[in-house]
Design a protein around this ligand. Structure first.
Ligand code: MEV
Length: 429
């Protein structure tokens, strides 16, 4: 259990060095790990070169930490890698009003992934479906023989399902291998098993196996997160109603649901990137799940309880790992996992579900009250000011004038910097 609190008022006002020191202290980072985070090129070219093909360099993104998160009664600092401003601040603000009663709750269904085997050339796929199910134990044994380590850890192939799917080229038999992948994302283990059992499936059915690959619609590996936000924490029942109305829009309209879910993914994917996950798999799973009843829907639900408080919940697939892939190879991903202090992939999934829910709340709250641009513009104006060459006090001064005058532009920032520096109102240090 983490002893230290993640509730850190004014974290954003500290210097980068001070923030890093605080995080290092919270997570027990070594001096070397601290140096790695500070280093511009913190992915060695040699490691980059073995991660993917045709490498010619690396590209750095900002690595930040969202504060204030209390999930299942435990304090977490949340590492986030993202190019968009406001997201980390919004997550931290949301988490601050979600700390009562043990904070955000989250649970998972367990790390079960699905491997798909497409069987073609069957005269009677409905009959062959039964034959496959009759041979379930044999199929499972062969699958499990591929990965004794996973089996020893309590994972492995656990079940076989078979479906007849009507396609544009006629009916096909689709066999699902259900694999408990424990702490891995699982693609390698599942794909190996799917390929290994396909000759047996051909023998049993007399058909021809075609594709053998994991499904990213990981609907047996769900995370559920939920939270109660007390009305007085967010400005009263009017704000609660405004947020529920915002959710109702997404529930009724796929055009809005896509953006609503994008807000959730802002949080989820930022943590996925920081911890070296296959974020495309998470994205694909999320959107397929959002459309599972034939219409694209929001992944979260926001309601008002009998006391007028806001209650939110989120359910989505979360295929993440803490072993294998980039999680162990990338030095920064390793540090991110250390900052989180998660012990299992399931715990990581719970954290990510909670972050998604908090991120979604932050967006809806802003949209349903002052609008998203106010906060965004404040940060954007600061960025423009810095890009135009402002330093020190000049950053906020230039940003403020640009906001007040509604002219948040690079050329205007330059003009202001020159003018203010000349006037000597503020030193340009
Ligand atoms: C922007 O990155 C995310 C939002 O558009 C999400 C939403 O509309 O709910 C603000």
């Amino acid at each position: 259990m983490q002893e230290k609190s993640s509730r850190i008022p004014g974290f954003y006002k500290l210097s980068l060095e001070e923030r890093l020191r605080l995080v290092a202290d919270f997570a027990g980072l070594s001096g070397e790990e601290v140096e790695t985070l500070k280093k511009v090129g913190n992915l060695d070219l040699k490691i980059a070169d073995i991660m993917i093909e045709n490498v010619i360099g690396t590209m750095a993104y900002p690595f930040a930490v969202a504060v204030n998160f209390l999930i299942n009664g435990r304090d977490y600092l949340i590492p986030m890698v993202i190019e968009e401003s406001s997201v980390v601040a919004a997550a931290s603000n949301a988490a601050r009003v979600m700390r009562r009663d043990g904070g955000i709750r989250a649970r998972t269904t367990g790390p079960l992934m699905i491997g798909q085997i497409q069987v073609l050339g069957l005269r009677d796929p409905w009959y062959q479906r039964m034959i496959v199910l009759e041979h379930k134990e044999e199929i499972l044994d062969l699958a499990n023989a591929q990965d004794p380590v996973l089996v020893k850890l309590g994972g492995g192939a656990k079940d076989v399902e078979a479906r007849v799917v009507e396609g544009p080229r006629g009916p096909m038999l689709i066999v699902h291998l259900i694999v408990d992948v424990r702490d891995a994302m699982g693609a390698n283990a599942v794909n190996t098993m799917a390929e290994a059992v396909s000759p047996l499936i051909e023998k049993i059915t007399g058909g021809r196996t075609h594709l053998r690959i994991i499904s990213n619609l990981a609907d047996k590996r769900l995370v559920r997160a939920w939270v109660k936000v007390y009305k007085e924490e967010i400005g009263g029942e009017n704000v609660v109603d405004a947020i529920v109305d915002a959710w109702a829009f997404a529930a009724a309209d796929p055009y809005r649901a896509a953006t609503h879910n994008k807000g959730i993914m802002n949080g989820v994917i930022a943590v996925a990137l920081a911890t070296g996950q296959d974020h495309r798999a998470i994205e694909a799973g999320a959107h397929a799940y959002a459309a599972k009843d034939g219409r694209y829907r929001p992944l979260s639900v926001w309601e008002k309880d009998k006391d007028g408080n806001l209650v939110g919940s989120l359910e989505m697939p979360m295929a993440v790992g803490i072993v294998g892939g980039a999680t162990k190879v990338h030095p920064v991903a390793r540090i991110a996992l250390k900052i989180l202090g998660v012990k299992t992939a399931t715990e990581l999934a719970e954290v990510m579900g909670a972050v998604g829910l908090a991120q979604n709340f932050a967006a809806l709250r802003a949209l349903a009250t002052e609008g998203i641009q106010k906060g965004h513009m404040k940060l954007h104006a600061r960025n423009i000011a810095v890009m135009a060459g402002a330093t020190g006090e000049l950053v906020d001064r230039v940003a403020q004038i640009m906001i007040e005058e509604g002219k948040i532009r690079f050329d205007y920032a330059k003009e202001l910097i020159e003018k203010l520096s000349k006037e000597g109102e503020v030193g340009k240090n």
